[in-house]
Design a protein around this ligand. Structure first.
Ligand SMILES: [Zn+2]
Length: 263
């Protein structure tokens, strides 16, 4: 079975999610972990996790969504969400984004540090976002002792050096569909050990794609796995087994809540 470690399903309606999960299950994607980007979106994900057994969640405020400094209120709300809901299994999505016109960097740093601290207090793996900010992300993760909980560098698109730094910092590399189009990424996947890789689709509504059929969905996860198998010259079964074990290890104690759903 496959686990999509990073999606954003909260913007979809309940009916759409039902269909997306149905299509995913048909392609053997049995678990999705939907990331929050704001307090509201984190709450919405939690609501959906109560409806759908295979739906697990992350909570967090995305660096792109900081419309004000990270406050004591935000901190308390996130802590409440983690402590009161068993299906919250990761701190996601947090990080740094240095594209032009992004929120104030001082806000971003502060929110990132404080959310790492929440993750450490609750022993939640951290799924982090980094755009043009890899070195600063690694530095903050080190300074805030994020290696105590570990996690994932999500939607990885960096160099071999970035991949190795993330791995040395106690993190997995998450591979998504850019693998099909970025040669450097294919090279990174060939060179790093499969023991450090997890996979995701980062599925979210894509209204800019006119044909709904072309929207990325969790059902596309297996194609990423098959591409990794091809690059590594391994069988799909072997890659599936190793990535499954990596995901289980990543989730550590939180894996129990997934197992409880299925037993
Ligand atoms: Zn995301």
């Amino acid at each position: 079975m496959l686990i999509d470690t990073h999606v954003h399903l909260d913007p979809f309606s309940k009916i759409e999610i039902e269909e997306i999960l149905y299509r995913a299950t048909n392609d053997d994607v049995k678990i999705v972990i939907s990331a929050g980007t704001t307090i509201e979106s984190s709450k919405k994900n939690i609501e959906y996790s109560k409806i759908f057994p295979q739906f697990f969640t992350g909570v967090g405020i995305h660096p792109m969504d900081l419309i004000e400094p990270f406050s004591k209120n935000h901190d308390n709300e996130l802590r409440d969400l983690v402590s009161n809901h068993e299906k919250v299994i990761v701190m996601s999505e947090i990080g740094l984004d240095y594209l032009p016109d992004m929120p104030d960097r001082a806000w971003q740093f502060d929110a990132f540090r404080k959310q790492i601290s929440i993750a450490r207090d609750f022993k939640l793996p951290i799924i982090f976002h980094s755009r043009d900010a890899h070195n600063d992300c690694f530095r903050v993760l080190r300074e805030e002792r994020a290696f105590e909980v570990g996690g994932v560098m999500h939607y990885f698109q960096g160099s071999l050096y970035d991949a190795q730094t993330a791995i040395d910092s106690g993190f997995y590399i998450s591979i998504a569909r850019p693998l099909f189009r970025i040669d450097e990424l294919q090279d990174v996947v060939k060179k790093i050990s499969l023991e450090h890789i997890v996979i995701e689709t980062d599925s979210a509504p894509q209204p800019f794609k006119k044909n709904r059929e072309n929207w990325t969905e969790p059902r596309h996860l297996r194609s990423i796995l098959l591409k990794i198998a091809e690059l590594k010259d391994l069988s799909a079964q072997e890659v599936e087994r190793i990535i499954f074990n990596n995901t289980k290890k990543l989730l550590s104690k939180r894996w129990e809540s997934i197992e409880a759903t299925f037993s």
